[in-house]
Design a protein around this ligand. Structure first.
Ligand code: 5AD
Ligand code: FES
Length: 346
């Protein structure tokens, strides 16, 4: 008996382009694909789900990505910037709720100079020596990444968004380049960060060939985390009338990523929870093993609006933590209070 496509992907951790596209193009293999992905995640991570406390600390952004609700051209965005004290207080709340890793995410905000951000990282690490600091603040010079690392940051999230040159140009303003995005990712790895890359599923102009390019790029980068979620339109962007990404394709890609990168950290994202009420639970069952709930103060949550209808904008950190614990348990997994490092085979 010859092996099925999902079985061959599980065995070889790769497939030729044409077969990857076959797997992604229809739901024909989904049941088997998701079962193999779940078995693969359980071999390394059991039923554990890692949580990262996300602090969306500024929505000022000098960039103008066409898909993003906080792009600088969106004059209707209500801009905010948390203070050091507010950010430290979010982390303290998170620590008390069991979080052992914090992600500071924000737009590319000049008011947060490299030096100011490095000082904040140092202070958070000093107050919470048992916690891991992650930054997600976009493209900065290598020297900045080095300064953040010296200050104690150990992880960096920077989605590559698409590994297809023409598609990258379609999604971004002139001046941004895929080459620089990739250079940033390789610099971060070289400095010693655990690196997270990733892309949106169903972004305007995306084809199956683009997705294959994404998978091939990830094979080269070999990241510790891969963040993917459906594209969701935002009313105040040029893509306001574009259709949202599909739940099914996002789940399929999570499962494919789990089989290609058995040890990778794979979040079931807020965007996935936004396009379907059970999206994050379905993501876990398709191979995801990380959740990134929001620790930002409720008063700013609606303003950090990358896309429309984002969930959890009215809930306090403790409410989301409780809600997630119940959801994860109902799905057959368990949230652990742990920094949640990647478990690569030794
Ligand atoms: N829909 C879904 N995801 C989005 N992001 C930005 N805008 C959108 C959108 N409209 C994602 C990008 C970015 C991450 C922080 O959020 O991939 O890297
Ligand atoms: Fe935020 Fe359920 S996770 S309300």
């Amino acid at each position: 008996m010859s092996l099925s496509l999902p079985e061959r992907l599980a065995r070889d951790r790769t497939l030729p382009d044409a077969e990857l596209k076959t797997l992604l193009a229809s739901g024909a293999h989904d049941a088997e694909l998701f079962a193999l992905a779940d078995a693969t995640r359980r071999r390394t991570y059991g039923d554990e789900v890692f949580v990262r406390g996300l602090v969306e600390f500024t929505n000022f952004c000098r960039n103008d990505c066409l898909y993003c609700g906080i792009r600088k051209s969106n004059a209707r965005a209500e801009r905010y910037r948390l203070t050091e004290e507010e950010i430290l207080s979010c982390c303290a709340t998170g620590r008390a709720l069991g979080f052992r890793t914090f992600v500071l995410q924000g737009g590319e905000d000049a008011a947060w100079s490299d030096a100011r951000l490095a000082d904040l990282v140092k202070e958070i690490c000093a107050r919470h020596p048992d916690c891991r600091m992650t930054l997600s603040v976009g493209e900065r010079p290598r020297a900045a990444y080095e300064a953040f690392f010296a200050a104690g940051a150990r992880r960096y999230l920077l989605r590559h968004e698409t590994a297809n040159e023409a598609h990258y140009a379609f999604l971004h303003p002139a001046g941004l380049s895929l080459a620089n995005r990739m250079k940033c990712l390789f610099d971060l790895k070289d400095i010693g960060y655990q690196v997270g890359a990733g892309f949106m599923v169903g972004s305007p102009g995306q084809t199956l060939d683009c997705l294959v390019d994404d998978l091939r790029f990830l094979q080269k980068l070999d990241p510790d985390m891969v963040g993917i979620g459906p594209f969701i339109h935002h009313a105040e962007t040029p893509f306001a009338r574009e259709p949202n990404g599909s739940l099914d394709l996002t789940l399929r890609l999570l499962a494919v990523l789990r089989l290609m990168f058995p040890h990778v950290l794979l979040p079931a994202t807020t965007a996935l929870g936004t396009i379907h009420p059970q999206g994050r639970e379905m993501g876990l069952k398709a191979g995801a093993n990380v959740l990134m709930p929001n620790l930002s103060p409720v008063r700013v949550r609606k303003a950090y609006s990358l896309y429309d209808s984002k969930i959890c904008t009215g809930e306090e950190a403790a409410e989301c933590a409780g809600c997630l614990a119940r959801r994860v348990a109902a799905a057959g997994y368990r949230i652990v209070s742990d920094p949640g490092d990647v478990r690569r085979p030794s």
